[in-house]
Design a protein around this ligand. Structure first.
Ligand code: PEP
Length: 249
């Protein structure tokens, strides 16, 4: 059976001291658990977290973004090659906060996924509808459009990505998609992947949006939910560990 993946997205949170104690608790508490886990940390802390995670394979290192450019005069950008220097295994691309606050288009997100893949980094491609989209009955149309751009640009490499379904209305709001709502969208995404690759079953499709210790087990029991992308709850070791434990069952 495919292992589940629980990836924490720390967003713009942390400090050298806070990261050290969070990671120590997560590393200690996750010993022996049968699940893949990752922490996607602010770029400023990649070196620190790389050093703390060295020599173990339970928790992988991730970034929260990657540049769509390869190299050159792009002030403030961080390339996939640079991330690779820090042994980054996963890069979140197309998070709704990037799409919203940095006006990232579907085409840019697709290019970012391509840059990550060519550097040997697994992109965690986020897709998700806003509340207005959902209320207008456009959920399926929106997530399919977002994923289609990534499929179009990445061709046969598409089986190497991770997808995260993150309804925008559920991110950081405490409102979670019900297991049935989430599974319905995951099934749509799986079918879209199946039309693009014969390896669609091995693509991990994560759910993200106020997943927490209390609701994780039910969400993760859905047939097409292969893990979680966790924001707020990844900043509290006990909560993150309970989610990892739910995924390891
Ligand atoms: C996220 O930012 O990817 C996320 C899912 O956040 P939260 O868990 O806080 O809703």
């Amino acid at each position: 059976m495919k292992k589940k993946l629980i990836a924490g997205n720390w967003k713009m949170n942390g400090s050298l001291a806070a990261n050290a104690s969070l990671l120590q608790a997560v590393l200690e508490g996750s010993q022996g658990m049968n699940c893949q886990a990752a922490v996607c940390v602010p770029a400023a802390y990649l070196a620190q977290v790389q050093a703390v995670l060295a020599g173990q394979s339970l928790i992988a290192l991730g970034s929260q973004d990657v540049s769509a450019q390869e190299v050159g005069a792009f002030t403030g950008e961080i390339s996939a090659g640079m991330l690779k220097d820090f042994a980054v295994r996963y890069a979140i691309v197309g998070h709704s906060e990037r799409r919203q606050y940095h006006a990232e288009s579907d085409a840019t997100v697709a290019l970012k996924a391509q840059r990550a893949l060519s550097a040997g980094i697994t992109p965690i491609v986020c897709v998700g509808e806003t509340l207005a989209d959902r209320e207008a009955g456009k959920t399926e149309e929106v997530v399919k459009r977002q994923l289609a751009a990534v499929i179009h640009t990445n061709g046969h490499c598409i089986s190497e990505i991770v997808v995260a379904y993150e309804p925008v209305w559920a991110i950081g709001t405490g409102k979670t998609a019900s297991p049935e709502q989430a599974q319905a969208v995951h099934a749509v995404l799986r079918a879209q992947l199946k039309a693009a690759t014969e390896h669609a079953e091995r693509v991990q499709i994560l759910y993200g949006g106020s997943m927490n210790a209390a609701n994780a087990a039910e969400l993760l029991s859905q047939p097409d939910i292969d893990g979680g992308l966790i924001g707020g709850a990844s900043l509290k070791a006990a909560d993150f560990l309970q989610i990892i434990a739910a995924a390891a069952r």
